[in-house]
Design a protein around this ligand. Structure first.
Ligand code: BTN
Length: 266
């Protein structure tokens, strides 16, 4: 990571600092600690994580230097304090950043995975490029800070066998290694822009519309794996807090948590 160049992306944004370390446990854990110490909005990245965290209590592992592993600490205004807004802003920013640098259209698979469309990888299914994990610090019942962590597969020489059917990396899309700093600069600038816009009038609706327009899930038949069972239907809309509205045989169901499988059209 070229930290001098990456730092230039902060100019004029809400983020006061970017730090990039060689190794840490988890950039999310570190920024949650920073938030509890009262620190302000900033970005933290790492070349390698020894205890990277994924959604739903899973691990997130990546080889040293092969990925972008970073988190942003956001202190939302009370009226826009839903952790979903910060998550959506980072997801949208990352999709746009990748598209800007690599030139491939990137979709957002509900809830927050970035995927390369099947057509761009020459495969039958979309493939995961990136995952996002948002965690909040709540003080006196109010969201005091949100930490949104993102892992983007950038320059992976080989995909690990267990991921080779479901994941890909930017170098496989581009056909050559991709400069991680270029992606991080766009990611920071666009995250700040979307966060600022979301806090303005109609900002929440604008952000939801932009995420909907880029959704790889809406308009697809889906199966949702939830802690309490399976649900199948057509994904038709996103709710105000990023929920997925699924039209099932028995009517619409709003889903807040779960893993989505995109099914082939009947
Ligand atoms: C997922 O399960 O898809 C979300 C993965 C999020 C991984 C990123 S890597 C940087 C940040 N630090 C962590 O410990 N996790 C997030």
């Amino acid at each position: 990571m070229d930290l001098t160049r990456a730092t230039s992306a902060l100019a004029g944004t809400r983020f006061s600092r970017i730090t990039w370390v060689g190794e840490t446990g988890s950039t999310n854990a570190d920024l949650l600690d920073a938030a509890r110490r009262g620190e302000g909005e900033q970005v933290l990245g790492a070349e390698f994580q020894t205890a990277g965290r994924g959604r739903l209590g899973r691990d997130w592992s990546a080889g040293a230097g092969a990925s972008i592993l970073c988190s942003v600490l956001v202190r939302p205004a009370p009226e826009t304090s839903s952790p979903h807004l910060a998550t959506a802003a980072v997801g949208l920013a990352a999709a746009e950043a990748i598209e800007h640098v690599v030139g491939w259209r990137v979709g957002i698979k509900w809830p927050n995975d970035l995927v390369a469309a099947a057509a761009s990888t020459g495969t039958h299914d979309d493939r995961k490029l990136s995952g996002i994990l948002a965690e909040a610090v709540v003080v006196d019942g109010r969201v005091d800070a949100v930490v949104v962590g993102i892992g983007i597969n950038v320059n992976w020489p080989e995909l690990p066998a267990e991921l080779s059917d479901t994941a890909t990396a930017l170098n496989h899309l581009a056909g050559h290694d991709v400069d991680r700093t270029d992606v991080v600069i766009e990611l920071i600038r666009r995250t700040a822009m979307h966060l600022d816009a979301a806090a303005g009038p109609d900002g929440r609706v604008g952000l939801r519309d932009a995420v909907s327009a880029r959704s790889a899930t809406l308009g697809r038949r889906v199966r949702i794996e939830q802690p309490n069972g399976l649900l199948e239907g057509m994904a038709v809309a996103l709710g105000p807090d990023g929920e997925l509205v699924v039209e099932t045989a028995t009517g619409p169901v709003t889903v807040s948590v779960g893993d989505v499988v995109h099914l082939r059209p009947i």
